[in-house]
Design a binder for this molecule. Structure first.
Ligand SMILES: C[S@@+](CC[C@H](N)C(=O)[O-])C[C@H]1O[C@@H](n2cnc3c(N)ncnc32)[C@H](O)[C@@H]1O
Length: 304
């Protein structure tokens, strides 16, 4: 058979832009459906709460296979005061008491990560943030505790600390992990989701926070791809409560830990700023440049 007749025989011949034009998220919910799922979810213990205690001790009290997703942005394990200008330009607005770790970073990482597999549901996943200096230790710990590395995402932000003799760090690592390599839940909400995410750090004039606040948009992206409305998300290192805010805004339940009691007022303030479901937009209603472009081109082709 020559190449030409082989091509004719192909069952699903490649049609440019067709796949993107016909893209639909794996699952999608209207606002009402999302709200209903939130109200109807059955969680056997108190959720939508932050416990001001050490997360390792706290996680030991969580029943097994009860968490859908973990979002963890642990302390850096380098001499970080939480007041650096990189994170908040006005040091006077940064809350004191940022808790660094006293033991070796690898031992600490392994200890808190070892709690994850037991409490995750079979389909559960975890997102772990890491700077590049500790990345090797975090990857070792992932292997030690038996989690599966599904993706290694680069979060690219707009700027870092000015340097004279080396490149300016303007990225962070985000490791997407699963309890089981095959059964994990993944909602493909974009046709072509890349593993480099360009999201700017946000600064609000006069905002009080600890210096390491993640952008809500970044945490929302983790939530979108790995959970359904009504699911339960654990954040062991709550900081400013970004995960709690993103959960409340998107009809997800949360449970969290934070050792620094000075964060309590800030977290409560941040949670009060948002109403339940405020950030929720069904995927079908979100602009997707790639899909819109493909639909336009595909339609054009059909009309030719
Ligand atoms: C990098 S920050 C998290 C920032 C957070 N993602 C946000 O957007 O605000 C890490 C947080 O973990 C807290 N922390 C450190 N060790 C902890 C532990 N063993 N248990 C609970 N929280 C801890 C620190 O006080 C700090 O607030």
């Amino acid at each position: 058979m020559n190449a030409e007749s082989k091509k004719r025989k192909r069952k699903n011949p490649y049609i440019p832009h067709k796949a993107a034009a016909e893209f639909k998220p794996t699952e999608d919910w209207t606002r009402e459906e999302a709200h209903r799922r939130y109200n109807e979810s059955k969680i056997a213990y108190q959720s939508d709460v932050i416990h001001y205690e050490d997360c390792i001790a706290g996680m030991r009290g969580i029943p097994e296979e009860s968490i859908d997703t973990v979002i963890a942005d642990p302390p850096f394990g380098i001499s970080f005061s939480g007041r650096e200008a990189i994170y908040n330009r006005d040091a006077s607005l940064v809350v004191a008491g940022y808790h660094e770790i006293d033991e070796g970073y690898e031992a600490f990482t392994e200890r808190w990560m070892a709690e994850i597999p037991r409490i995750l549901k079979k389909t559960g996943t975890a997102w772990v943030f890491s700077g590049w200096t500790n990345l090797g230790l975090v990857l070792n710990a992932i292997e030690q505790v038996g989690l599966r590395l599904i993706n290694h995402i680069i979060w690219k932000y707009q700027f870092g600390v000015f340097t004279k003799r080396k490149f300016v760090t303007s990225h962070y690592h985000l490791l997407f992990l699963a309890k089981h390599g095959k059964e994990y839940y993944f909602n493909k909400v974009e046709h072509y989701p890349l593993d480099v995410w360009e999201i700017n750090r946000t600064y609000k004039k006069g905002e009080k926070k600890n210096g390491t606040k993640l952008p809500t948009e970044l945490v929302m992206r983790c939530i979108d791809f790995s959970t359904r409305p009504g699911d339960l998300i654990l954040d062991p290192f709550m900081g400013n409560g970004t995960t709690a805010v993103a959960c409340k805004g998107s009809y997800r339940h949360f449970i969290g830990f934070e050792v620094n009691t000075a964060m309590k007022d800030i977290i409560e303030f941040n949670l009060d700023q948002i109403e339940l479901g405020d950030l929720y937009i069904p995927y079908a209603q979100r602009p997707d440049r790639l899909v819109d472009e493909a639909r336009r081109k595909f339609k054009q082709k059909e009309q030719e």
